[in-house]
Design a protein around this ligand. Structure first.
Ligand SMILES: [Zn+2]
Length: 263
């Protein structure tokens, strides 16, 4: 047998084992999802307290409970200067999974950690010489493989204010990050990327002049996406009235219409 033939046989063997590994991995993943489906959701009692959960139809409740179970297994919660309990984990998981409700098997593949702080965090901007140039108070942050949440802000948003939501906001940034660039275009827009981008950019330019919604939305395109995602889920009428084209695009990418599903 000449050397070339030997090489071809070796490459085929490697390819065969690689394929076998992929098939095995896929079957393992499917079994894991099936087992998860039959496991009880520890979050039920906390979810029942949420207006948003109560208002969504039964089939969506089942989907989000399944997604929450997976989220709680796959993501690591890291409490900072506080104790963390199931209520905190369940509430964060619910609002993290809400924008992905139509994507049953999507579970933020790049995300690994969720840092939970008791209060707002001081973020220091340090220049090249190591000198603190600016200090800012933040209620959350998204940095690709990690999301930071200040629990007192999140709790206030959810149980009292209900017009903004730092958890939805930070996970909207994660959806933006999963697309590859932090530019306001989320991973779910990939199917119709150019069309979404055109409407999104046009609306952003209009919004910067109008200044109708929360001021923070005008910081840049990424913040505009995160803030308008909060509006889409929490104040859909306002978003629809002021930016109907963008609202229509969000129905398409989130495959969910809060004005119909959340009655
Ligand atoms: Zn933001």
């Amino acid at each position: 047998m000449d050397n070339f033939l030997k090489l071809i046989i070796i490459l085929w063997i490697i390819f065969f084992f690689f394929l076998l590994y992929q098939i095995f991995d896929y079957i393992k993943f499917k079994i894991y999802l099936k087992k998860l489906k039959n496991k009880p959701c520890i979050c039920k009692e906390y979810l029942e307290k949420l207006d948003y959960y109560q208002k969504i139809p039964k089939n969506l409740k089942e989907i989000i409970e399944f997604k929450i179970k997976r989220f709680l297994i796959e993501k690591q919660f890291i409490p900072k200067y506080m104790q963390i309990n199931d209520e905190i984990k369940c509430i964060i998981a619910f609002y993290a999974c809400l924008p992905t409700i139509a994507y049953k098997n999507f579970c933020y593949p790049s995300l690994k950690y969720i840092y939970v702080y008791p209060h707002t965090i001081i973020k220091k901007h340090i220049n090249q010489n190591g000198i603190v140039k600016k200090e800012m108070l933040i209620s959350g942050e998204s940095v690709g493989d990690a999301v930071i949440i200040a629990w007192d802000e999140a709790k206030r948003d959810i149980y009292h204010y209900q017009k903004r939501n730092v958890i939805i906001h930070e996970f909207a940034h994660e959806l933006d990050f999963e697309e590859g660039m932090i530019d306001g275009i989320p991973v779910f827009a990939i199917e119709d990327f150019e069309h979404f981008k055109t409407i999104f950019n046009k609306t952003f330019q209009k919004a910067v002049k109008d200044r109708i919604i929360d001021e923070y939305a005008y910081t840049n395109k990424a913040e505009f996406f995160a803030v308008t995602t909060e509006y889409f889920f929490l104040r859909p009428k306002t978003l629809k009235v002021h930016y109907p084209e963008l609202y229509k695009e969000y129905i398409k990418i989130f495959k969910f219409d809060p004005l119909k599903e959340n009655q």
